[in-house]
Design a protein around this ligand. Structure first.
Ligand SMILES: [Zn+2]
Length: 200
């Protein structure tokens, strides 16, 4: 199962480009606020909005696994910290038995908003296969890690967690290339932040 690429992936590049354009125009304070919002000290606060119906264990395991694998694979460079309310969360994640986008079944979906007050992402994750069978914790783990990969700036790919979810063979962790790309994107944003601060 795929997820709808343009809704999440292209918007990240759009945000970085618009921040770079602001930097070129000398809007340094605004640039610093936006770029800090894109990588909030390496710790993203995530709120689990709605528990799925039916067997909850795979969803909870998949949720925690999807968060944890990014922290483990980046040696703690990025971390997703579950929080008890949506109020201060950067990311709100919701489980749905069934999930479609423009009429087609999808495994997950992320919707973005970046303002100078911070990052706001809404993620939806499917818990049942199109035939109604509950998805395994491994499938849900890949879906969660995949949508969080978009939050970290990754596009869809063909290896690691950014590949489409194969129900029989889910990818449980990001590839080396995916981890390297996340680190490169963070370095780029950090460089923008630094330039904005020293140019002030
Ligand atoms: Zn995707």
């Amino acid at each position: 199962m795929q997820d709808p690429v343009p809704a999440s992936a292209s918007s990240f590049e759009t945000y970085i480009s618009s921040i770079e354009a602001k930097l070129a125009r000398g809007e340094h304070e605004e640039v610093a606020r936006y770029s800090k919002a894109l990588i909030p000290n390496g710790r993203f606060r995530i709120f689990l909005k709605k528990l799925p119906t039916g067997p909850m264990k795979p969803s909870i395991e998949g949720f925690l696994g999807g968060l944890g694998i990014w922290e483990a694979e980046t040696n703690g460079l990025v971390a997703f910290e579950p929080v008890p309310t949506a109020r201060d969360a950067h990311i709100v994640l919701e489980f749905k038995d069934d999930l479609t986008y423009q009429g087609a079944p999808v495994a997950g979906h992320a919707r973005w908003l970046l303002t100078q007050n911070g990052l706001s992402v809404r993620i939806q994750i499917r818990t049942k296969a199109p035939n109604g069978k509950p998805l395994s914790s491994g499938c849900i783990q890949q879906s969660v890690a995949h949508e969080l990969g978009h939050v970290l700036g990754l596009d869809d790919g063909n290896d690691g967690v950014m590949s489409p979810v194969d129900i029989r063979n889910p990818r449980l962790k990001p590839s080396v290339a995916e981890v390297e790309r996340v680190i490169r994107i963070r370095d780029r944003i950090r460089a923008i932040t630094t330039e904005a601060i020293i140019s002030r």
